[in-house]
Design a protein around this ligand. Structure first.
Ligand SMILES: [Zn+2]
Length: 345
């Protein structure tokens, strides 16, 4: 692995067209039964190969075995009825028909552990696995049982911790919790959001990441972003608390966003996974653009703590575009690595 500025993707990569509808979020599978199991594994092999070929150091599954970053996890839990659906407002932004919590939630068996073990067999590089965060999970459900967002989040945090420990035992080096809800529910983040996240990460030897973000380039998100003004300061609420938390790394978007770079000073001491690749724009960044984003970040984060990454998942792109963006990320990181080595001599 590159010792300095190891590169990583945040989450998803496009799936092969024979596995799921391309350029579509949350596309249904095209295969079933054993063919689907085999198809997902083949897609995962390709995702690993492409990341390595394009110089990505920390390898993920590209979410090839998942349909949705939250619901695929919840589908495997007890206490949630996917037939009983209610319409709720997701992240205070768009309405969606969601499953109902009808009883005590529980994890009767491991969810992603077999997939993670398979990923472990494909590479000797450090591997990262993403799970949804507790607050983002409750925001994707209608709760008829606990009738308390905090209580349900706490239950999910306990379940996530069980899954994370099993992922760690399967050889996962880095466990990431996706918490886009942290940018919306600021009071709850303060009251119990960070505590629930820490509960999910409790006792892990694996490194931990929290990915907070402004979402994919879908319309509901871009419309919301348009209301946020010239400066996106939402991280100001969560960063000081995360700085004091047990979470090792904070992942945020930067390139083409309105997040003021100096906000990452608030998490000084933590590792920063910084998005230098826009996932809402078809234009491929130049290596120099990536390098420029990283250089600006280095004013607020120590070089040994910076992890160049994408802003968010790349599932909605076509494959060529996503791969070109991976190459740009690696090439940009390499420019800055060389500068840092020269500066250190
Ligand atoms: Zn994201």
């Amino acid at each position: 692995m590159s010792a300095l500025l190891p590169t990583s993707i945040v989450g998803s990569l496009p799936k092969p067209t024979w596995l799921a509808e391309p350029e579509t979020l949350w596309a249904p599978w095209k295969l079933e039964g054993d063919a689907l199991v085999e198809g997902k594994q083949d897609a995962l092999r390709i995702a690993v190969h492409e990341q390595r070929t394009r110089g990505i150091d920390i390898v993920s599954d590209g979410e090839q075995t998942r349909q949705h970053f939250v619901t695929t996890f919840i589908e495997h839990l007890s206490g949630v009825d996917f037939e009983q659906r209610e319409t709720v407002r997701i992240r205070d932004r768009y309405d969606a028909s969601v499953p109902t919590v009808v009883g005590a939630v529980g994890r009767e068996k491991a969810v992603f552990v077999d997939d993670a073990r398979f990923l472990r067999q494909q590479t000797d590089q450090p591997i990262k696995w993403a799970l949804p965060g507790p607050m983002t999970m409750i925001d994707t459900l209608y709760d008829r049982h606990y009738k308390s967002r905090e209580k349900l989040a706490w239950e999910f945090a306990t379940i996530l911790n069980q899954e994370a420990r099993d992922l760690e035992a399967a050889g996962v080096d880095i466990i990431q919790f996706d918490e886009p809800a942290f940018n919306v529910f600021h009071d709850e983040v303060q009251d119990w959001g960070v505590a629930a996240l820490e509960r999910a990460a409790e006792g892990l030897r694996a490194e931990t990441v929290v990915h907070i973000c402004y979402g994919y380039g879908i319309k509901a998100n871009t419309d919301w972003k348009a209301t946020l003004g010239a400066e996106w300061r939402q991280y100001e609420t969560s960063f000081p608390m995360l700085q004091r938390s047990i979470i090792d790394t904070v992942s945020l978007e930067s390139h083409h966003s309105h997040v003021p770079m100096d906000l990452i000073e608030l998490i000084r001491g933590k590792k920063v996974m910084l998005g230098a690749i826009d996932v809402a724009n078809d234009e491929v960044e130049t290596p120099e653009e990536v390098a420029d984003t990283l250089r600006r970040a280095l004013r607020f984060v120590d070089a040994d703590k910076l992890i160049p990454s994408t802003n968010c998942g790349m599932a909605p792109f076509n494959r060529d575009l996503s791969l070109a963006k991976l190459s740009a990320l690696s090439a940009g990181a390499e420019i800055v690595r060389e500068e840092l080595v020269v500066a250190a001599v």
